[in-house]
Write a protein that binds this ligand. Structure first.
Ligand SMILES: Cc1cc2nc3c(=O)[nH]c(=O)nc-3n(C[C@H](O)[C@H](O)[C@H](O)COP(=O)(O)O)c2cc1C
Ligand SMILES: CC(C)CC(=O)C(=O)O
Length: 368
C-alpha cells in the first residue's frame, strides 16, 4: 500500500498500481482493443487543445458545481462504471464508493460490481461519504434481470441508470487473450446470478473468458426500440453510454434518453475509433441542450476535465486512474485521486479567469 500523499498528480498512481497488481490483472485494467490506437488517442486529443485565459476577472471564489436532473452536484467529476473493483483491492466498490463520496464525486457502479449494490449505497451514506450514485446496465439477453436491477437501484437510492450501448460483444482485447484472462475465483459479480456468471471464471488458454461470457449474456440485437422499452419501465432517468456519432446522440434523445455519455469505452471496443474528446463537440451540437452530455476516456489531469467541460460536457467520468488509486491505497487513494483532479481543475478555473464551471464555453479553448 502506498502513502497517498506521495502522489502529486493523477498519473503518479499508475506505476504504484502496476507494482501492486499481478501482471494479468494490470493487463485487463490497462489494456484496450487491437493495437490500442484509441487508448492512446483518447489522452493525446486533450494535448492538442490549448486554454485561452481571461484576465481581470474576480476569481476569489470558484464554483465547480454542475446540475444534473434537477440536482446540484458538488463537482463535475465522477467515477466511470468499471467491472470487478475487487481485482484491484479487497474492499472493491465499497472502498471506491467511500472514496468518491469523501471527494463529493459521482460514482457510477457497474452491473459487474463485486459488491451488492445495496451495500455500496450503504457504504456511501457513512458519516463522511455523500454524493450521488448511478447504476450501469448492459443489454442482457435476460431482460427481466435488467428490470430487476433497475428496480433495486431505484429502491437503494441510486439517482440514474446508465445503459452501455457500445458492447454488442466484447472488443478484441489481445492482452487478455494472450493471458487466458478469467475473473479470479474469489471475485464475483454478486448482483447477478452465479449460474449466469460461471463462464466469466472459466479459464481457457489463448482466450478471454470475459469475451465468451459477453457472447453468452449480452444481447447483440438491441436497438433504439429497446431503449424506449427500458425508459418506459425504469424508475430512474436513463443515460446512454458509448455515443460517438451525433446521429446516434439525436436518436438516443428521440427515444427517451435523459442524457448521453460520449465514450469509446476507454479504447476497449473499436480500435481506431474516434477519440472521445474529438467526438464531443458534434454530439453537443446535435443534442442542442435537450439533455446533458457527459464524456469519458483519457481524462488524466484536471486540465483535461477543463477542456471537456469547455467543449460542452456537463460532467466528466474518470476510469482507469480511479482503479490505479484504489489498487495503490484503497478508499483513501480514491478520495485523494479525485481531490487531485478537483484541485487542479479549481486552480485552473482561477488562473484562466473562468471561475464558474457552468459558464465554461468553447471560447475558453483553442485548437492546436
Ligand atoms: C477495467 C475496466 C472495466 C470496465 N468495465 C466497464 C463496465 O462494466 N461497464 C461499462 O459501461 N464500462 C466499463 N468500462 C469502461 C469505462 O466505463 C470507461 O468508459 C473508460 O474506462 C473510460 O476511459 P479511461 O479509463 O481512459 O478514463 C471499463 C473500463 C475498464 C478500464
Ligand atoms: C465485464 C466486462 C464486460 C466489463 C467491461 O466493460 C470491460 O472490461 O471493458
Amino acid at each position: 500500500m502506498t502513502d497517498a500523499s506521495d502522489c502529486r498528480r493523477p498519473l503518479d498512481y499508475r506505476e504504484r498500481a502496476r507494482a501492486a497488481l499481478p501482471a494479468h490483472v494490470w493487463d485487463y485494467i490497462e489494456g484496450g482493443a487491437g493495437d490500442e490506437l484509441t487508448v492512446a488517442w483518447n489522452s493525446a486529443a486533450f494535448d492538442r487543445v490549448s486554454i485561452v485565459p481571461r484576465t481581470m476577472v474576480d476569481v476569489s471564489a470558484c464554483d465547480l458545481s454542475c446540475e444534473l436532473f434537477g440536482a446540484r452536484y458538488a463537482t463535475p467529476l465522477g467515477v466511470a462504471p468499471m467491472a470487478y473493483h475487487q481485482i484491484a483491492h479487497p474492499e472493491g466498490e465499497l472502498a471506491t464508493a467511500r472514496g468518491a463520496g469523501a471527494a463529493g464525486a459521482l460514482c457510477v457502479v457497474s452491473i459487474f460490481a463485486s459488491a451488492r449494490l445495496e451495500d455500496i449505497a450503504a457504504a456511501r451514506s457513512g458519516a463522511e461519504a455523500s454524493g450521488p450514485l448511478w447504476f450501469q446496465l448492459y443489454w442482457l439477453r435476460r431482460r427481466e434481470v435488467m428490470l430487476d436491477l433497475a428496480a433495486r437501484a431505484g429502491a437503494a437510492g441510486y439517482r440514474a441508470l446508465v445503459v452501455t450501448a457500445d458492447t454488442p460483444r466484447l472488443g478484441d482485447r489481445r492482452r487478455d487473450r494472450h493471458n487466458g484472462w478469467a475473473v479470479p475465483a474469489g471475485v464475483r459479480a454478486v448482483n447477478l446470478d452465479a449460474a449466469v456468471m460461471a463462464s466469466a471464471h472459466r479459464r481457457r488458454p489463448g482466450a478471454s473468458a470475459l469475451a465468451g461470457h459477453a457472447e453468452e449474456a449480452f444481447d447483440p440485437s438491441a436497438t433504439w426500440h429497446d431503449l424506449e422499452w427500458l425508459v418506459a419501465r425504469a424508475p430512474l432517468p436513463v443515460l446512454v453510454k458509448g455515443i460517438l456519432d451525433p446521429a446516434d446522440a439525436q436518436l438516443a434523445v428521440d427515444h427517451g434518453a435523459a442524457g448521453v455519455i460520449v465514450s469509446n469505452h476507454g479504447g476497449r471496443q473499436v480500435d481506431g475509433a474516434i477519440s472521445a474528446l474529438r467526438a464531443l463537440p458534434p454530439v453537443v451540437d446535435a443534442v442542442a441542450g435537450r439533455v446533458p452530455v457527459l464524456l469519458d476516456g483519457g481524462v488524466r489531469r484536471g486540465r483535461d476535465a477543463f477542456v471537456a467541460l469547455a467543449l460542452g460536457a456537463t460532467a466528466v467520468l474518470i476510469g482507469r486512474p480511479v482503479l490505479w488509486a484504489l489498487a495503490a491505497a484503497g478508499a483513501d487513494g480514491v478520495a485523494h485521486q479525485l481531490r487531485l483532479y478537483r484541485d487542479e481543475l479549481e486552480n485552473l478555473l482561477a488562473l484562466a479567469g473562468r471561475p464558474r464551471v457552468r459558464e465554461l464555453g468553447r471560447d475558453a479553448v483553442a485548437h492546436g
